[in-house]
Design a protein around this ligand. Sequence first.
Ligand SMILES: [Mn+2]
Length: 217
Amino acid sequence: MIYFVSDLHGNINLKGFQKYLSTAKDDDLLIILGDICLNFDDTEENRIFTESFFAVDKKIAFIDGNHENFAFINSFPEEEWNGGTVGRLTDNIVFLKRGNVYNIQGKTFFVFGGCKSSSKWKEMGLWHPGEEASEEEVELAYENIKKHNFKIDYILTHKYEKNKQAPTMSIKLLELTEYIEKNVCYDKWYCGHSHVNKKMDEKHTVIYDELTEAKVK
Ligand SMILES: [Mn+2]
């Protein structure tokens, strides 16, 4: 089975995360939809969190959010994993990189992490560069969507937003979102960021601290 939670923000006790750790079987996978905050700030609390996260003995994959230490999470060796490229943190933890499509348990997952932070975080010093998509990442995304003939089972992003009138996402991400909605035949879109557990409609679900099972058809 594949499960989702999102937005740990340095809290190892997030209820859905703990539920996964205590119930996961060998062939289960938890996908975290960003804002884990590994090695995020210079506090004892965050050091303990990061150590505890690295020590998990269950399978975990994650995309990045906007609150991450991007230099840190990008510093791990890359390898091929289920048809895409990941960063390998430990035997159990992989980082799913923007623009990749992975084939997991017979289903395809397009992932695109990151999003733009509001300026308050920068002002507070709780911000690391790298949250916004690069040209290469966006190009890889379009390339991989085409390679999969515009048919992908799951779309995973940190944030979902399609309101161009008041963009709180970068234009690149808005354009990618619009492109996927228009051209890709997908089954479900899961995102995080808003700190609510909410089914927006038949296709879109916002994930937070409830352990949520991927609805594989
Ligand atoms: Mn976020």
